[in-house]
Design a protein around this ligand. Sequence first.
Ligand code: NAD
Length: 466
Amino acid sequence: MGERIAVIGCGYVGSVAAGCLASIGHEVVGVERDAARLALLRSSVAPVHEPGLTELLAAGVESGRLRLTDDPAAALEFADAVFLCVGTPPGPDGRPEMGAMSDAARTIAAHLRPGHVVVTKSTVPIGTGEWLAGEVRAELARRSRDGVPVVVVSNPEFLREGSAVEDFLHPDRVVLGGNDPGAVERVAAIYEPILAGRPGEGRVPLVRTGLSTAEMTKYASNAFLATKIGFANEMSRLCDLFGTDVATVMDAVGLDRRIGGAFLEAGIGWGGSCLGKDLAALVGSARDRGYEPRLLEAAVGVNEAQRQQVVDSLAGLLAPLAHRRVAVLGLAFKPGTDDVRDSPGLDVAKRLVLLGARVVAFDPMVREADPRWGLELAGDVTSAVRGAHAVVVATAWPEFASLDAGELLRSMGGDVLFDGRNVFDPVAMRAAGFRYVSPGRAAVGDAPGAPGPFAGAFGLAAAHEH
Ligand code: NAD
């Protein structure tokens, strides 16, 4: 027998959660206050580009187990568990804005009844579960309803955009934090079909812990991922200095089971709506308590430097950069999504525009450019690269990797190729006649007899290694 669930906030996380929870047998009401998003959801169209989501929402609505509304009162009346999936975007000082959480607290308090369990899925500063319970209690007191118990469970979400449905249904682990063991078990029961795992693969680990510890696991996971990429990028600088190849080094390093190969790609760094925001929040709250988290600050600094490396490198190779035509291939922060929030490619493009370059960008999923970006958006790769003095690959869309080197070079007006995602074979690209730059790959395929170690970064001159 499925549980009755309200999902408050149906953006990336909420629409996926609502669709997935309905698909495993629960009765779900999604609450969304944005009228345009709600209209899409009601016609079973995913509000964001996410593989399988539209089909999942349609199946949920068809089965009668998924309904969508803008009326929280009706949803809370119906539900026993309330999943909070509202946004916590970064504020002006980098810390998360908690306005949507505060609104949700008031809404919940207005309709809370005994038996409700509130589940926080949004990524929130450590201590938010306790704060939320306090906000709801205060609001209940104002309404002379002090007797209603407030039960909060933290259930951080680890899904990745681009594979969100798959990640929700087949997670590496589920984390549940709460101070009421009975409530934690109720939420665990909601997840049971997911916790059972795929046939033959064993159960999905369930971590039961306290409220704040669960909140910290989300920040710690993202901080580690950002640091891991930052480590590969730091090594890319050393590899360029010593004439060694970062891709080979990181592949070999990643074969160590204590390390693992994922998130060790050097390039122009991480972006997206979560890593930067969550790292800034964690760094900010550590400082509030008087601690400078040096490793995390370094991860942010290295990431920033990777973006600037593209600009510095092009400025050196094209000197001057002003009025040169640069094609930026990829604006989404990663392949498989149309999300440009904190996108490295878009950031690099804007930096080039500021220095007077004429930037023409192309992305298979990003079909509209904000005029404030100051760039031209091409309809396909061919028109983006035509006449370009330099091409920058900023997102690892598979179609960029399969570009024909000869054709690309002939259509350009120059020969500089900055491969920010390591999608090309450096040997082949250098042999084809490009001045090819990729972080940490300066030494690969260079002419024999080139200068030895310490020859300088960015592939201008380096040791040879085949
Ligand atoms: P989002 O902005 O896409 O979605 C939030 C939605 O909540 C919006 O549609 C908004 O209209 C709605 N909303 C806000 N307040 C509401 C209210 N009171 N009633 C009804 N609807 C309301 O954000 P998102 O990307 O889904 O992220 C949500 C949370 O999950 C954030 O805390 C984020 O950090 C976290 N998270 C995001 C991801 C990701 O990949 N996007 C992954 C893990 C965790």
